[in-house]
Design a protein around this ligand. Structure first.
Ligand SMILES: Cc1cc2nc3c(=O)[nH]c(=O)nc-3n(C[C@H](O)[C@H](O)[C@H](O)COP(=O)(O)O)c2cc1C
Length: 368
Protein backbone atom coordinates (compact mmCIF):
# COMPACT_ATOMS: atom_id res chain seq x y z
CA UNK A 1 0.00 0.00 0.00
CA UNK A 2 1.04 3.59 -0.64
CA UNK A 3 2.79 5.32 2.24
CA UNK A 4 0.25 7.77 3.57
CA UNK A 5 0.62 10.53 6.09
CA UNK A 6 -0.98 8.89 9.09
CA UNK A 7 -1.68 11.09 12.09
CA UNK A 8 -0.68 9.43 15.37
CA UNK A 9 0.39 6.24 13.54
CA UNK A 10 -3.17 5.50 12.52
CA UNK A 11 -3.26 2.95 9.73
CA UNK A 12 -7.02 2.53 9.33
CA UNK A 13 -10.23 4.40 10.05
CA UNK A 14 -10.75 2.59 13.36
CA UNK A 15 -7.40 3.91 14.62
CA UNK A 16 -8.44 7.41 13.58
CA UNK A 17 -11.74 7.06 15.41
CA UNK A 18 -9.83 6.25 18.62
CA UNK A 19 -7.63 9.34 18.18
CA UNK A 20 -10.67 11.50 17.32
CA UNK A 21 -12.32 10.40 20.55
CA UNK A 22 -9.44 11.86 22.54
CA UNK A 23 -9.72 15.19 20.68
CA UNK A 24 -13.47 15.76 20.77
CA UNK A 25 -15.73 16.80 23.63
CA UNK A 26 -18.08 14.04 24.83
CA UNK A 27 -20.98 16.02 23.34
CA UNK A 28 -19.35 16.14 19.89
CA UNK A 29 -18.04 12.56 19.90
CA UNK A 30 -21.45 11.23 20.98
CA UNK A 31 -23.24 13.32 18.36
CA UNK A 32 -20.99 12.02 15.58
CA UNK A 33 -20.73 8.40 16.66
CA UNK A 34 -24.16 7.60 18.04
CA UNK A 35 -27.12 5.90 16.45
CA UNK A 36 -30.79 5.73 17.38
CA UNK A 37 -32.07 3.83 20.45
CA UNK A 38 -30.15 0.56 20.96
CA UNK A 39 -27.86 1.34 18.02
CA UNK A 40 -28.65 -2.02 16.41
CA UNK A 41 -28.66 -0.64 12.87
CA UNK A 42 -25.52 1.38 13.55
CA UNK A 43 -23.56 -1.78 14.31
CA UNK A 44 -25.43 -3.99 11.81
CA UNK A 45 -24.43 -1.67 8.95
CA UNK A 46 -20.84 -2.75 9.65
CA UNK A 47 -21.32 -6.39 10.68
CA UNK A 48 -23.48 -7.06 7.62
CA UNK A 49 -20.44 -6.30 5.45
CA UNK A 50 -18.32 -8.69 7.51
CA UNK A 51 -20.88 -11.45 6.98
CA UNK A 52 -20.46 -11.26 3.19
CA UNK A 53 -17.79 -13.51 1.67
CA UNK A 54 -15.84 -12.82 -1.50
CA UNK A 55 -14.95 -15.16 -4.37
CA UNK A 56 -11.78 -13.62 -5.83
CA UNK A 57 -10.62 -14.43 -9.37
CA UNK A 58 -7.02 -15.66 -9.77
CA UNK A 59 -4.33 -15.09 -12.39
CA UNK A 60 -5.76 -11.93 -13.82
CA UNK A 61 -3.22 -9.31 -14.93
CA UNK A 62 -3.78 -6.61 -12.32
CA UNK A 63 -0.61 -4.63 -13.01
CA UNK A 64 -2.76 -1.69 -14.14
CA UNK A 65 -5.84 -0.86 -12.15
CA UNK A 66 -8.32 1.93 -12.74
CA UNK A 67 -10.59 3.06 -9.93
CA UNK A 68 -12.07 6.10 -11.63
CA UNK A 69 -15.77 6.29 -12.36
CA UNK A 70 -18.46 8.92 -12.88
CA UNK A 71 -21.44 10.07 -10.84
CA UNK A 72 -24.12 11.93 -12.79
CA UNK A 73 -21.52 12.47 -15.49
CA UNK A 74 -18.81 13.90 -13.18
CA UNK A 75 -15.56 11.96 -12.98
CA UNK A 76 -14.36 10.93 -9.52
CA UNK A 77 -10.98 9.36 -8.72
CA UNK A 78 -12.54 6.43 -6.86
CA UNK A 79 -16.16 5.49 -6.12
CA UNK A 80 -16.08 7.16 -2.70
CA UNK A 81 -17.94 10.39 -1.95
CA UNK A 82 -18.42 12.54 1.14
CA UNK A 83 -21.88 12.07 2.72
CA UNK A 84 -23.76 15.07 4.07
CA UNK A 85 -23.02 15.55 7.76
CA UNK A 86 -24.24 18.43 9.88
CA UNK A 87 -22.15 20.63 12.20
CA UNK A 88 -18.61 19.91 11.04
CA UNK A 89 -17.18 22.77 13.13
CA UNK A 90 -17.69 20.54 16.17
CA UNK A 91 -14.72 18.59 14.78
CA UNK A 92 -12.50 21.40 13.49
CA UNK A 93 -12.65 25.18 13.17
CA UNK A 94 -12.45 24.94 9.37
CA UNK A 95 -15.34 22.44 9.34
CA UNK A 96 -17.00 22.02 5.96
CA UNK A 97 -14.37 24.22 4.25
CA UNK A 98 -11.66 21.71 5.17
CA UNK A 99 -13.80 18.77 4.07
CA UNK A 100 -14.61 20.40 0.73
CA UNK A 101 -10.94 21.15 0.02
CA UNK A 102 -9.92 17.59 0.88
CA UNK A 103 -12.65 16.15 -1.35
CA UNK A 104 -11.44 18.34 -4.22
CA UNK A 105 -7.80 17.31 -3.71
CA UNK A 106 -8.84 13.68 -3.71
CA UNK A 107 -11.01 14.19 -6.77
CA UNK A 108 -14.47 13.42 -5.49
CA UNK A 109 -17.84 14.98 -4.77
CA UNK A 110 -18.82 16.38 -1.39
CA UNK A 111 -22.44 16.67 -0.31
CA UNK A 112 -22.99 19.74 1.87
CA UNK A 113 -25.64 19.43 4.60
CA UNK A 114 -28.44 21.97 5.04
CA UNK A 115 -27.27 22.05 8.67
CA UNK A 116 -23.69 23.00 7.86
CA UNK A 117 -21.79 25.45 10.03
CA UNK A 118 -20.42 27.19 6.90
CA UNK A 119 -22.78 28.48 4.25
CA UNK A 120 -23.52 27.24 0.75
CA UNK A 121 -21.61 30.22 -0.66
CA UNK A 122 -18.60 29.98 1.68
CA UNK A 123 -18.07 26.31 0.87
CA UNK A 124 -18.45 26.99 -2.84
CA UNK A 125 -15.79 29.69 -2.62
CA UNK A 126 -13.41 27.42 -0.72
CA UNK A 127 -12.98 24.91 -3.53
CA UNK A 128 -13.27 24.34 -7.25
CA UNK A 129 -14.44 20.75 -6.70
CA UNK A 130 -17.81 19.22 -7.47
CA UNK A 131 -20.43 19.93 -4.77
CA UNK A 132 -23.96 18.62 -4.22
CA UNK A 133 -26.37 20.22 -1.74
CA UNK A 134 -28.36 18.10 0.71
CA UNK A 135 -31.81 19.44 1.41
CA UNK A 136 -33.91 19.20 4.57
CA UNK A 137 -37.41 20.46 3.88
CA UNK A 138 -38.75 23.19 6.14
CA UNK A 139 -42.48 23.74 6.72
CA UNK A 140 -41.90 27.24 5.39
CA UNK A 141 -41.79 26.61 1.65
CA UNK A 142 -40.04 29.96 1.18
CA UNK A 143 -37.07 28.74 3.22
CA UNK A 144 -36.84 25.53 1.22
CA UNK A 145 -37.13 27.36 -2.08
CA UNK A 146 -34.46 29.86 -1.09
CA UNK A 147 -32.00 27.08 -0.14
CA UNK A 148 -32.54 25.45 -3.53
CA UNK A 149 -32.10 28.73 -5.39
CA UNK A 150 -28.92 29.56 -3.49
CA UNK A 151 -27.39 26.14 -4.18
CA UNK A 152 -28.25 26.45 -7.85
CA UNK A 153 -26.90 29.99 -8.11
CA UNK A 154 -23.67 29.06 -6.32
CA UNK A 155 -22.94 26.27 -8.81
CA UNK A 156 -23.81 23.10 -6.89
CA UNK A 157 -24.51 20.42 -9.47
CA UNK A 158 -27.22 18.35 -7.76
CA UNK A 159 -29.71 18.38 -4.88
CA UNK A 160 -29.78 15.48 -2.46
CA UNK A 161 -33.22 15.26 -0.88
CA UNK A 162 -33.08 13.36 2.42
CA UNK A 163 -36.36 11.50 2.89
CA UNK A 164 -35.75 9.49 6.06
CA UNK A 165 -35.96 12.35 8.56
CA UNK A 166 -39.43 13.88 9.00
CA UNK A 167 -38.48 13.78 12.69
CA UNK A 168 -35.14 13.07 14.31
CA UNK A 169 -34.37 9.50 15.39
CA UNK A 170 -34.18 9.02 19.14
CA UNK A 171 -30.44 9.35 19.73
CA UNK A 172 -30.29 8.67 23.42
CA UNK A 173 -26.71 9.83 23.88
CA UNK A 174 -27.73 13.24 22.52
CA UNK A 175 -30.81 13.27 24.75
CA UNK A 176 -28.66 12.59 27.82
CA UNK A 177 -26.14 15.27 26.75
CA UNK A 178 -28.97 17.73 25.93
CA UNK A 179 -27.16 18.19 22.64
CA UNK A 180 -26.79 21.75 21.44
CA UNK A 181 -24.27 23.81 19.52
CA UNK A 182 -21.56 25.54 21.56
CA UNK A 183 -21.75 29.35 21.70
CA UNK A 184 -20.68 30.91 18.42
CA UNK A 185 -21.67 27.99 16.18
CA UNK A 186 -24.79 28.34 14.05
CA UNK A 187 -26.35 26.82 10.94
CA UNK A 188 -25.09 29.48 8.57
CA UNK A 189 -27.38 28.49 5.71
CA UNK A 190 -30.36 29.62 7.77
CA UNK A 191 -29.09 33.01 8.89
CA UNK A 192 -31.67 35.67 8.17
CA UNK A 193 -34.54 33.27 8.63
CA UNK A 194 -34.10 33.14 12.43
CA UNK A 195 -33.53 29.41 12.04
CA UNK A 196 -29.78 29.38 12.53
CA UNK A 197 -29.81 28.44 16.25
CA UNK A 198 -30.95 25.25 17.93
CA UNK A 199 -33.42 26.03 20.73
CA UNK A 200 -31.70 26.50 24.09
CA UNK A 201 -32.84 25.03 27.39
CA UNK A 202 -34.52 21.98 25.91
CA UNK A 203 -34.68 18.87 28.07
CA UNK A 204 -34.17 16.83 24.90
CA UNK A 205 -31.56 16.92 22.14
CA UNK A 206 -31.71 20.52 20.88
CA UNK A 207 -31.58 19.15 17.34
CA UNK A 208 -34.62 16.92 17.93
CA UNK A 209 -36.60 19.94 19.20
CA UNK A 210 -35.43 22.05 16.23
CA UNK A 211 -36.47 19.45 13.69
CA UNK A 212 -39.82 18.62 15.26
CA UNK A 213 -40.87 22.26 15.20
CA UNK A 214 -39.48 23.25 11.78
CA UNK A 215 -39.30 20.33 9.33
CA UNK A 216 -42.20 19.45 7.09
CA UNK A 217 -43.59 16.13 8.35
CA UNK A 218 -46.27 16.13 5.66
CA UNK A 219 -43.81 15.56 2.81
CA UNK A 220 -44.91 12.95 0.24
CA UNK A 221 -43.88 11.76 -3.22
CA UNK A 222 -45.83 14.53 -4.92
CA UNK A 223 -43.47 17.07 -3.31
CA UNK A 224 -40.70 15.53 -5.38
CA UNK A 225 -42.59 16.75 -8.43
CA UNK A 226 -42.61 20.24 -6.88
CA UNK A 227 -38.84 20.17 -6.29
CA UNK A 228 -38.29 19.05 -9.86
CA UNK A 229 -40.49 21.90 -11.10
CA UNK A 230 -38.55 24.63 -9.28
CA UNK A 231 -34.98 23.55 -10.08
CA UNK A 232 -32.94 22.63 -13.10
CA UNK A 233 -30.63 20.53 -10.93
CA UNK A 234 -30.85 16.75 -10.82
CA UNK A 235 -32.60 15.57 -7.65
CA UNK A 236 -31.10 12.59 -5.83
CA UNK A 237 -33.32 10.88 -3.25
CA UNK A 238 -31.40 9.78 -0.14
CA UNK A 239 -32.73 7.31 2.40
CA UNK A 240 -34.35 4.60 0.30
CA UNK A 241 -34.41 1.02 1.68
CA UNK A 242 -37.04 -0.75 -0.46
CA UNK A 243 -37.42 -1.64 -4.11
CA UNK A 244 -40.97 -0.26 -4.34
CA UNK A 245 -39.88 3.11 -2.92
CA UNK A 246 -37.00 3.21 -5.40
CA UNK A 247 -39.43 2.58 -8.27
CA UNK A 248 -41.74 5.31 -6.93
CA UNK A 249 -38.83 7.74 -6.62
CA UNK A 250 -38.05 7.24 -10.31
CA UNK A 251 -41.72 7.58 -11.23
CA UNK A 252 -41.79 10.99 -9.50
CA UNK A 253 -38.63 12.15 -11.24
CA UNK A 254 -35.63 11.16 -9.09
CA UNK A 255 -32.38 11.33 -11.05
CA UNK A 256 -30.49 9.02 -8.68
CA UNK A 257 -31.00 7.16 -5.42
CA UNK A 258 -28.96 6.77 -2.26
CA UNK A 259 -29.67 3.58 -0.34
CA UNK A 260 -29.21 4.82 3.23
CA UNK A 261 -30.52 4.40 6.76
CA UNK A 262 -28.80 7.61 7.84
CA UNK A 263 -25.96 5.64 9.41
CA UNK A 264 -28.37 4.00 11.87
CA UNK A 265 -29.38 7.37 13.30
CA UNK A 266 -33.08 7.37 12.39
CA UNK A 267 -35.28 4.26 12.80
CA UNK A 268 -33.36 1.70 14.82
CA UNK A 269 -33.50 -1.95 13.68
CA UNK A 270 -33.93 -0.96 10.02
CA UNK A 271 -32.25 -3.33 7.61
CA UNK A 272 -28.48 -2.77 7.11
CA UNK A 273 -27.95 -0.87 3.88
CA UNK A 274 -25.81 -3.51 2.18
CA UNK A 275 -28.75 -5.91 2.62
CA UNK A 276 -31.22 -3.39 1.19
CA UNK A 277 -29.05 -2.59 -1.83
CA UNK A 278 -29.75 -5.65 -4.07
CA UNK A 279 -33.54 -5.18 -3.90
CA UNK A 280 -33.20 -1.50 -4.81
CA UNK A 281 -30.75 -2.22 -7.64
CA UNK A 282 -33.13 -4.80 -9.06
CA UNK A 283 -36.13 -2.44 -8.92
CA UNK A 284 -34.16 0.42 -10.46
CA UNK A 285 -33.01 -1.82 -13.30
CA UNK A 286 -30.32 0.60 -14.54
CA UNK A 287 -32.76 3.50 -15.06
CA UNK A 288 -30.84 5.79 -12.66
CA UNK A 289 -27.60 5.55 -10.69
CA UNK A 290 -27.77 3.97 -7.25
CA UNK A 291 -25.33 4.96 -4.48
CA UNK A 292 -25.20 3.63 -0.94
CA UNK A 293 -23.88 4.62 2.45
CA UNK A 294 -23.74 3.20 5.96
CA UNK A 295 -20.94 1.24 7.59
CA UNK A 296 -18.25 1.69 4.93
CA UNK A 297 -15.02 1.26 6.88
CA UNK A 298 -12.88 -0.96 4.64
CA UNK A 299 -11.89 -1.21 0.99
CA UNK A 300 -13.64 -4.57 0.81
CA UNK A 301 -16.90 -2.87 1.88
CA UNK A 302 -16.65 -0.64 -1.21
CA UNK A 303 -15.89 -3.66 -3.41
CA UNK A 304 -18.96 -5.46 -2.06
CA UNK A 305 -21.25 -2.45 -2.53
CA UNK A 306 -20.15 -2.13 -6.15
CA UNK A 307 -20.49 -5.88 -6.74
CA UNK A 308 -24.10 -5.56 -5.54
CA UNK A 309 -24.72 -2.79 -8.06
CA UNK A 310 -23.89 0.51 -6.36
CA UNK A 311 -22.29 3.10 -8.61
CA UNK A 312 -20.40 4.62 -5.67
CA UNK A 313 -20.49 4.79 -1.89
CA UNK A 314 -20.57 7.72 0.51
CA UNK A 315 -18.78 7.89 3.82
CA UNK A 316 -20.00 9.70 6.93
CA UNK A 317 -18.28 9.07 10.26
CA UNK A 318 -14.88 8.06 8.84
CA UNK A 319 -14.25 11.50 7.33
CA UNK A 320 -15.47 13.19 10.51
CA UNK A 321 -12.78 11.28 12.45
CA UNK A 322 -10.16 12.50 9.97
CA UNK A 323 -11.48 16.05 10.28
CA UNK A 324 -11.30 15.91 14.08
CA UNK A 325 -7.76 14.56 14.06
CA UNK A 326 -6.12 16.75 11.42
CA UNK A 327 -8.60 18.99 9.58
CA UNK A 328 -8.28 19.00 5.80
CA UNK A 329 -5.28 16.66 5.73
CA UNK A 330 -7.09 14.26 8.07
CA UNK A 331 -10.09 14.05 5.73
CA UNK A 332 -7.75 13.51 2.79
CA UNK A 333 -5.93 10.77 4.73
CA UNK A 334 -9.21 8.93 5.33
CA UNK A 335 -10.17 9.13 1.67
CA UNK A 336 -6.71 7.91 0.65
CA UNK A 337 -6.75 5.08 3.19
CA UNK A 338 -10.05 3.81 1.82
CA UNK A 339 -8.96 4.26 -1.80
CA UNK A 340 -5.74 2.41 -1.08
CA UNK A 341 -7.58 -0.47 0.62
CA UNK A 342 -10.08 -0.56 -2.23
CA UNK A 343 -7.26 -0.65 -4.79
CA UNK A 344 -5.68 -3.61 -2.97
CA UNK A 345 -9.07 -5.37 -2.80
CA UNK A 346 -9.44 -4.95 -6.55
CA UNK A 347 -5.96 -6.35 -7.17
CA UNK A 348 -6.50 -9.33 -4.87
CA UNK A 349 -9.88 -10.17 -6.40
CA UNK A 350 -8.70 -9.97 -10.01
CA UNK A 351 -10.29 -6.66 -11.02
CA UNK A 352 -8.62 -4.16 -13.36
CA UNK A 353 -11.46 -1.67 -13.45
CA UNK A 354 -14.77 -0.89 -11.78
CA UNK A 355 -16.56 -2.75 -14.56
CA UNK A 356 -14.84 -5.99 -13.47
CA UNK A 357 -16.51 -5.78 -10.05
CA UNK A 358 -19.49 -8.00 -10.77
CA UNK A 359 -22.00 -9.90 -8.55
CA UNK A 360 -20.19 -13.24 -9.03
CA UNK A 361 -17.43 -11.90 -6.73
CA UNK A 362 -19.92 -12.43 -3.89
CA UNK A 363 -20.45 -15.90 -2.40
CA UNK A 364 -23.70 -17.41 -3.63
CA UNK A 365 -25.17 -17.73 -0.11
CA UNK A 366 -24.89 -13.92 0.23
CA UNK A 367 -26.57 -13.28 -3.12
CA UNK A 368 -29.95 -14.84 -2.28
C1 LIG B 1 -22.70 13.35 12.55
C2 LIG B 1 -23.57 13.02 11.39
C3 LIG B 1 -24.38 14.01 10.86
C4 LIG B 1 -25.19 13.72 9.76
N1 LIG B 1 -25.92 14.73 9.19
C5 LIG B 1 -26.67 14.47 8.10
C6 LIG B 1 -27.35 15.53 7.43
O1 LIG B 1 -27.27 16.69 7.82
N2 LIG B 1 -28.08 15.19 6.34
C7 LIG B 1 -28.19 13.91 5.88
O2 LIG B 1 -28.87 13.66 4.88
N3 LIG B 1 -27.52 12.91 6.48
C8 LIG B 1 -26.77 13.15 7.57
N4 LIG B 1 -26.07 12.14 8.15
C9 LIG B 1 -26.12 10.79 7.56
C10 LIG B 1 -24.97 10.61 6.55
O3 LIG B 1 -25.19 11.39 5.40
C11 LIG B 1 -24.81 9.15 6.11
O4 LIG B 1 -26.06 8.67 5.67
C12 LIG B 1 -24.27 8.23 7.20
O5 LIG B 1 -23.36 8.90 8.03
C13 LIG B 1 -23.57 7.03 6.55
O6 LIG B 1 -23.14 6.13 7.52
P1 LIG B 1 -21.63 6.05 8.08
O7 LIG B 1 -21.49 7.17 9.07
O8 LIG B 1 -21.60 4.70 8.73
O9 LIG B 1 -20.68 6.18 6.92
C14 LIG B 1 -25.23 12.41 9.24
C15 LIG B 1 -24.43 11.42 9.79
C16 LIG B 1 -23.60 11.72 10.85
C17 LIG B 1 -22.72 10.63 11.40
Amino acid sequence: MKNLEMPNNSINVFDLEAVAKTKLTTLAFDYYSSGACDEKTLSANMTAFQDIWLRPRMLVDVSNRNMTTTVLGQQISAPIMIAPAAFQCLAHAEGELATARAADKFGTTMVLSTLANYSIEEVREATAGNLWFQLYVYKDKGVTRSLIERAEKAGYTALVLTVDSPLLGRRERDVRNKFNLPAGLVCKNLIGNYLEQLPAGSNDSGLASYISSLYDTSLTWKDLTWFKSITKLPVIVKGILRGDDAARAIEYGADAIVVSNHGGRQLDTTIPTIQALPEVVEAVDNRVEVYMDGGIRRGTDILKAIAFGARAVLIGRPFLWGLAVAGQSGVLTVLEMLRSEFDLSMALSGCQSIGDITPDLIASENRK
